[in-house]
Design a protein around this ligand. Structure first.
Ligand code: NAD
Length: 259
């Protein structure tokens, strides 16, 4: 019970930003951070979904602010950080989770527009978020950032060459920035989920229902992750419990990358 209480209150008073928080992994994380005592900033392009996540946090007794933000636009990301600081006074942790996956095609069949869409959100969006978060964290002399990469940032992902390239880029930025800012009190890590039971996954299975069994079986555990399981890993990386961990890619994949 005492241990549970300690866990629940580990983000008491901390200001935590979650992008892509209108659904899926981001919503699960935002709600969990709120339950753990954090002042949460819920960021997403989706107004309805973002407000719904913020309402869930408040219903659970937490504090939440929704800010509409498209992470591909520098001015919107800069304004997101400004609003966070204006409202809560600082930024302690950021979970840069917004990302997209679209049609699955072998490399030679994909077109330029698909490449640009995926790279724009997954790579440029993550870079912009880190850029403005780090500027704020440098002023404070502390901060912890977690980016959502993927197992597709660690190994190849047949029929998802552009997505895999984008997540390898997230891993590259994570490692590099971790080294750049380690002495400034800022830690930067990534979570690398296997397949997770989210709306993104639902859309992929609608396009290719026959892949479900095969996809489950690439995980030695024989199942997909629940969003809360990725949220727990991101929270640990954000928290002081991982105080000597930086530049790390934490696979949360039911064993997928172990074989
Ligand atoms: P999701 O589609 O269920 O949720 C993603 C959220 O990001 C949505 O609310 C969406 O509105 C938001 N978003 C998209 N583009 C945005 C933008 N430009 N600016 C702001 N918000 C934007 O997806 P999810 O499955 O929860 O995925 C979350 C992250 O996890 C993504 O980075 C994804 O690549 C990664 N991931 C997912 C899986 C999986 O199997 N679901 C596996 C590995 C990694």
């Amino acid at each position: 019970m005492a241990r549970e209480k300690q866990k629940e209150s580990s983000f008491e008073g901390k200001v935590v930003l979650v992008t892509g928080a209108a659904g899926g992994i981001g919503r699960a994380a935002a709600v969990a951070f709120g339950r753990a005592g954090a002042c949460v900033v819920v960021a997403d392009t989706s107004v309805d979904g973002g407000h719904a996540t913020a309402a869930m946090i408040v219903e659970n007794g937490g504090k939440a602010l929704f800010v509409q933000c498209n992470v591909t636009r520098a001015a919107e990301v800069e304004a997101l950080i400004d609003k966070t600081v204006a409202y809560y006074g600082r930024l302690d942790c950021a979970f840069n989770n917004a990302g997209i996956d679209e049609e699955h095609l072998p490399l030679a069949d994909a077109d330029e527009a698909l490449f640009d869409r995926i790279m724009n959100v997954n790579v440029k969006g993550t870079w912009l978020c880190m850029k403005y978060e780090i500027r704020q964290m440098l002023k404070q002399g502390s901060g912890s950032i977690v980016n959502t990469a993927s197992v597709a940032g660690l190994v190849g992902a047949p029929t998802q060459p552009i997505y895999a390239a984008s997540k390898h880029a997230v891993v590259g930025m994570t490692k590099t920035a971790a080294a750049e800012y380690a002495r400034e009190g800022i830690r930067i890590n990534s979570v690398c989920p296997g397949v997770v039971n989210t709306p993104m996954m639902g859309r992929a299975l609608e396009r290719e229902p026959l892949r479900e069994k095969k996809l489950r079986n690439v995980h030695p555990m024989g199942r997909f992750a629940e969003p809360s399981e990725i949220a727990s890993a991101a929270m640990w990386l954000c928290s002081d419990q991982s105080s000597f961990v930086t530049g790390h890619q934490l696979a949360v994949d039911g064993g997928l990358t172990a074989i």
